[in-house]
Design a protein around this ligand. Structure first.
Ligand SMILES: [Fe+2]
Length: 302
C-alpha cells in the first residue's frame, strides 16, 4: 500500500512566508518521494506570499507546472487532469470563484466534457474546506460554497479533498448543509504537519453531516477498486501503517442510477451521481492507488 501512483497535495505547499529558499528546503525534503512519484498541487493561502509591486504566488507559479493549458484553463490556479479512472478538478480558492468569473466558466465547460465511461470517478480538490466542524477556519469560504456547490452537485462530484484545517475530518454526503446521498463525500486532510487544531469544535456534539473528526497528524490513501468502489483510509502518522491501527476506513460506493436530477455528461454512466458509503468490503482488486496528503509545513500557522 505504501507505493502510491500519485500524490495529491491540496495547498500550503510550504510555509515559506516570502522566503522562497524555505520553499526550496521543503522541496528537497520531499525529493525522495517526488523524484519517483508524480505530485499534483493546488495553491493554498501560504502560496499567496505578497511581495513588492503587488506580486503574489511567485513561488507557486515558478516552481510548479500544472496542465492548465491542456485542460482548457488559462490559469495555473485551476485546472483538471485524468489518471487511473478519475477526473480530477483542481480549484482555486484564492482567485475569483464567482459564478460570473473565468474560473466558473472554465469549470462548467470542463465538467460538461467529462466522459464518465473513461473516468467514472469525479474528484474535486481545493485548499479551504466548505464543510468543517472545527472552530478553526469555520465557514471561512462560505461564499465560495454558495457560488460553486450547485455546479459540483449537478455534475455528480463523488469526492472532495481539502486541507487548511490542521486536523482530519470526513463529512457525510451533503448538499447545502443537508444530508444528501447524491452529494459528494468531503474529506479534510489538513493534518500533514505544523501545530494541530486543538480539538476545539464549533459544537460539543458532532453535527450530523460530520462523520469522523480527529486532530492528529496523518495522511490518507485513496484506492480506486473499480467504477463502483473506492477504498479510503486515513492513517495517523504515529500508527505507521499498522493495519489494525487505522484511524478511519470507508468504502465509497458510486451508485449513479439512484440519482436522476443531474446533468447528463458523456459516456454510458451518464450522471455519475449517487453513491453511498459502505463498511462492508467488496472483493478487492486494486487497480489504482493514490496517496493524498497535505504538505510538510515548516513554520507556524498564519
Ligand atoms: Fe491554509
Amino acid at each position: 500500500m505504501n507505493d502510491p501512483s500519485l500524490i495529491l497535495m491540496v495547498g500550503d505547499l510550504t510555509y515559506a512566508n516570502q522566503y522562497l529558499t524555505t520553499g526550496g528546503k521543503g522541496a528537497s525534503f520531499m525529493e525522495p518521494l517526488t523524484s519517483r512519484i508524480p505530485m499534483m498541487v493546488i495553491e493554498g493561502n501560504h502560496e499567496i506570499e505578497p511581495q513588492v509591486a503587488g506580486i503574489t504566488f511567485k513561488s507557486y507559479l515558478t516552481r510548479f507546472a500544472v496542465p492548465s493549458e491542456e485542460s482548457g484553463s488559462n490559469s495555473n490556479f485551476y485546472y483538471s487532469f485524468e489518471a487511473g479512472g478519475i477526473h480530477f478538478i483542481m480549484l482555486g480558492a484564492y482567485v475569483d470563484y464567482n459564478s460570473t468569473g473565468a474560473q466558473y466558466t472554465w469549470l462548467q465547460r470542463d465538467l460538461n466534457q467529462v466522459n464518465r465511461s473513461n473516468t467514472p470517478w469525479l474528484v474535486a480538490a481545493w485548499h479551504p474546506p466548505w464543510y468543517n466542524s472545527y472552530n478553526s477556519h469555520y465557514q471561512e469560504f462560505e461564499c465560495m460554497r454558495q457560488e460553486m456547490e450547485a455546479l459540483l452537485y449537478q455534475y455528480g462530484v463523488d469526492i472532495v479533498f481539502n486541507g487548511h484545517v490542521h486536523a482530519y475530518e470526513r463529512i457525510n454526503r451533503v448538499y447545502n448543509y443537508t444530508l444528501d446521498s447524491c452529494g459528494p463525500v468531503y474529506i479534510t486532510v489538513g493534518d500533514g504537519g505544523n501545530s494541530l487544531a486543538k480539538g476545539k469544535f464549533c459544537w460539543d456534539s458532532q453535527p450530523e453531516w460530520s462523520a469522523f473528526r480527529e486532530s492528529s497528524f496523518g495522511h490518507g490513501i485513496l484506492e480506486v477498486v473499480n467504477s463502483t468502489y473506492a477504498l479510503w483510509k486515513w492513517h495517523r502518522n504515529q500508527d505507521n501503517y499498522k493495519d489494525d491501527k487505522l484511524g478511519d476506513r470507508i468504502y465509497i460506493v458510486r451508485q449513479p442510477e439512484l440519482c436522476t436530477n443531474s446533468s447528463t455528461s458523456k459516456g454510458n454512466d451518464a450522471t455519475g451521481k449517487g453513491s453511498s458509503i459502505a463498511n462492508g468490503a467488496p472483493a478487492l482488486l486494486a487497480k489504482w492507488k493514490w496517496f493524498i496528503s497535505l504538505p510538510f509545513i515548516l513554520t507556524t500557522v498564519m
